[in-house]
Design a protein around this ligand. Structure first.
Ligand code: SF4
Ligand code: SF4
Ligand code: SF4
Length: 574
């Protein structure tokens, strides 16, 4: 520990802290832009300048280590004037179209301009107009709103280990670019959207699908079904003022109905269905000498990463489609038949915590000759925008249920949104099948939590099943390297493309840098998902009566020919 003074107050902090971290601990707020907890600590933007009381020097507090006897002033006139000048310079080279910007009111740059009292820009200079890159199916890049903080680059290269974007050119011409200045859609980008959630401004946003959903809702010939993913219910409330980690399942169902959906289904049903198919596939591979370890395939960011960077593991991927695609496929066959609807007239909208889903729905494997399994994908943020546009008062909505039968689900499904959740849900069902009874011990805590890689050995009916869980493609790559080298071996691996799993996917409500020092959204939202699981009467996918009915009336049994035709897929080397 070292002792230092911040604004005249003495405090003790750990010796490896920065002054910024020490100030946060003391409850002193210092503005930042490039700093992002656990992701980016480069001292580039100079917003966090503080004054060394003894030398009078200004220093970037995010890059200044604490030391014994250090005395720091965070709010002298010199500090405030310097910070304001830095911000004015950043804004002088910025497309300041706040009113029409998607980040209006969630922009960290805009909030700082307000906080520091910037009311005019004294610097007039050259402005280089940049081309907006809209070719990616998931991410729109607008460098006119980029402040060169490099948070996106750190998320993409350090956390996800993709390197689809990086800094290019020098001096005034510096910008975030792609290899060979191609559009992002032509790179190895996996569409995870982690760059978007890292970005403090409107320079990175999701590809907007709200217009096509509004058009479908207004079309009298379309039967519109909206289906949210498990992770959406534990985060969307934040868009309307709920604390991070609040679930609002009932309000979500009510909101989708108010928006005008003809049916409100739940991708949790698709998650239960995935467990039936994936659990069967796992048992088949273990018992009949199939390719092991089997690796989950629910996360389209992870799947694309595997297709680009881990091609030798493609045969290990489960052949199961993701829950969202399974749900769409069943909606346009089983549900369409039941209701006498032409699948071509059904318009399925999924609400996802994920930007990679926008790519997944367009994969040629995800549909049939004349229609797609899922027609449009909204992120949680886009749905919130639509609800605001429709003046739906989310906070005062009553709790409602999803519609029968593709709205029925179990607790196993809701934890799909959390890293380790798919593994736990699968183990609950596989254990019951192998043991031949309704086991009461169903919480597999070894696969819970946010350790980068989790491992466990589970003994079921005398058989040892070795499992591992990785979240974020950077961690997945490290785990697969170890498997490849023979340093470890597993029967089953769960990989989620985003750190934390879907609860902190690239389409979820944004959490600003300051809040991330106080609350870890990965943990808070996961806690809410586990609470939803505990509160449900049924917590195992195979006990979902609507899933049982689907197999009895339509699919036959898990892994049947029909199930394979509708619910399974294939992959390509990229
Ligand atoms: S990025 Fe922020 S400051 Fe820039 S136009 Fe958008 S809201 Fe305004
Ligand atoms: S979407 Fe993911 S892979 Fe693509 S640039 Fe952003 S962080 Fe990198
Ligand atoms: S795109 Fe966003 S995160 Fe990336 S450098 Fe620009 S402002 Fe920062």
């Amino acid at each position: 520990m070292v002792t230092l003074k911040i604004d005249g107050r003495e405090l003790q902090v750990e010796a490896d802290s920065t002054v910024l971290e020490a100030a946060l601990q003391a409850g002193v707020k210092i503005p930042t832009l490039c700093n992002l907890k656990d992701i980016n600590k480069i001292g580039a933007c100079r917003m966090c300048l503080v004054e060394d009381a003894r030398s009078g020097k200004l220093q970037a507090s995010c890059a200044l280590p604490v030391s014994e006897g250090l005395e720091i002033i965070t709010n002298s006139a010199k500090v405030l004037n310097a910070r304001r000048a830095v911000l004015e310079l950043i804004l002088s080279d910025h497309d300041r179209s706040c009113l029409t910007c998607k980040r209006n009111q969630t922009c960290e740059l805009q909030a700082l301009a307000d906080e520091l009292g910037v009311t005019e820009i004294p610097f007039e200079g050259e402005f280089i107009p940049r081309t907006i890159d809209e070719a990616s199916p998931s991410v729109v890049r607008d460098n006119n709103k980029c402040i060169l903080c490099r948070r996106c680059v750190a998320a993409c290269s350090k956390i996800q280990c993709i390197n689809a974007i990086g800094m290019q050119n020098r001096g005034f011409r510096t910008e975030v670019g792609t290899p060979f200045a191609t559009s992002l859609g032509e790179t190895d980008c996996i569409n995870c959207g982690q760059c978007i959630t890292a970005c403090p401004t409107g320079a990175l946003t999701e590809k907007d699908a709200t217009a096509e959903v509004w058009a479908a809702l207004a079309d009298p010939n379309k039967f519109v079904i909206i289906q949210p993913a498990p992770a959406v219910r534990v985060a969307i409330g934040e868009e309307f003022g709920m604390p991070i980690g609040t679930s609002s399942t009932g309000k979500l169902a009510a909101a989708l109905r108010r928006l005008g959906a003809d049916r409100v289904f739940d991708v949790d049903f698709g998650a239960d269905l995935t467990i039936m198919e994936e659990g069967t596939e796992l048992l088949d591979r273990i018992q009949n000498g199939g390719v092991l370890p089997m690796i989950t395939s629910c996360s389209p960011g992870w799947v694309k990463y595997c297709e680009h960077f881990q091609k030798d593991f493609i045969p290990n991927l489960s052949s199961c489609k993701s829950p969202n695609q399974m749900q769409g496929a069943i909606t346009k066959t089983y549900f369409a038949q039941q209701q006498g609807l032409d699948p071509k007239n059904i318009f399925v909208v999924s609400v996802m915590p994920c930007t990679a889903k926008k790519f997944e729905i367009s994969r040629p494997e995800m549909g049939r000759d004349s229609y797609r399994d899922v027609d449009a994908n909204l992120t949680t943020r886009e749905l919130a925008r639509m609800l605001r546009q429709a003046s739906i008062d989310y906070m005062n909505l009553p709790d409602e249920a999803f519609d029968d039968v593709l709205g029925d689900s179990t607790g196993a499904a809701v934890i799909f949104g959390v890293t380790g959740g798919v593994m736990e849900a699968a183990l609950r069902t596989v254990a019951d099948i192998l043991e031949g009874k309704d086991l009461q011990q169903i919480e597999y805590t070894a696969v819970r939590g946010i350790d980068n890689i989790k491992e466990a050995t589970v003994t079921i009916a005398g058989t040892e099943i070795r499992v591992a869980v990785a979240h974020g493609t950077g961690n997945a790559g490290k785990l697969l390297d170890r498997v490849r080298k023979g340093e470890c071996s597993y029967h089953f691996i769960e990989v989620m493309g985003c750190p934390g799993g879907c609860v902190t996917g690239g389409g979820q409500p944004l959490v600003n840098a300051r809040t991330r020092y106080e609350i870890d959204p990965k943990l808070a939202r996961a806690k809410a998902a586990y609470a939803c699981d505990e509160a449900l009467p049924l917590r195992k996918s195979h006990q979902n009566p609507s899933i049982q009915k689907l197999y009895a009336e339509f699919l036959g049994k898990p892994g049947s020919h029909k199930a394979h035709e509708l619910l399974h897929t294939s992959y390509v080397e990229r």
